[in-house]
Design a protein around this ligand. Structure first.
Ligand SMILES: [Zn+2]
Length: 207
């Protein structure tokens, strides 16, 4: 950017600091002409608009904190939570927008959480979607069952395909005795958004 004092287009960076817990970078610059110093701040253009209207940078830690409560007493590790937050961020960023609402963040968490732990999913969804009757839970459980069934079917289809299509990745995985999830994941990644909830198999989350 131009020097704010003399509008000279050149400046040199004299100091760089990570700020806001990694969400931004501050650079101290010196104008090459007038030698005055000024600060620039770089932030990602990916932000969350809260219900109050306040805007803040997207934070994986906030996603983790929100989901962690729902995971109390469940076999979900910190690593699982970190991966889930990463998936949620990647999913939201892949839409190409620079702002998302808190609502959309919650919505993006649900499919990944349902893959991770069904009980945690029900707890989280009951708050996020404001379940207020047994029927709400029954509907959600019916959805989970359906999804489980679809996952099983998808696994069978994927296994069939892998039997005929052999990529170097699959060969290496099977040689190492690792279940052949590489092909499954690639296949799912190409599918439209509706199928994206199955992108990560529970076994992948454990690895
Ligand atoms: Zn200047």
């Amino acid at each position: 950017m131009h020097c704010p004092f003399c509008h000279n287009p050149d400046s040199r960076v004299v100091d760089t600091r990570i700020a806001d817990d990694g969400a931004s970078i501050r650079r101290r610059r010196e104008c090459t002409v007038c030698k005055k110093r000024f600060t620039t701040i770089e932030t990602s253009s990916f932000q969350v608009v809260k219900n109050s209207g306040a805007v803040e940078p997207f934070s994986r830690n906030k996603v983790i904190a929100g989901v962690r409560k729902a995971c109390q007493g469940r076999p979900v590790t910190d690593h699982d939570l970190a991966l889930l937050a990463q998936q949620v961020e990647e999913h939201l960023r892949s839409s190409g927008v620079s702002n998302v609402s808190s609502e959309e963040v919650g919505k993006a968490i649900l499919p990944f959480l349902s893959q991770l732990d069904e009980i945690a999913f029900l707890r989280f969804a009951s708050v996020y979607r404001s379940y207020n009757s047994l029927e709400d839970f029954e509907d959600a459980i019916a959805q989970l069952r359906l999804q489980r069934q679809e996952n099983d079917d998808a696994d069978k289809t994927a296994d069939d395909k892998e039997a005929t299509v052999s990529t170097p990745g699959n060969t290496r995985d099977s040689a190492a005795g690792v279940p052949q999830h590489t092909g499954v994941r690639k296949q799912h990644a190409r599918k439209p958004r509706k199928k994206q909830i199955r992108e990560e198999e529970p076994t992948l989350l454990d690895s």
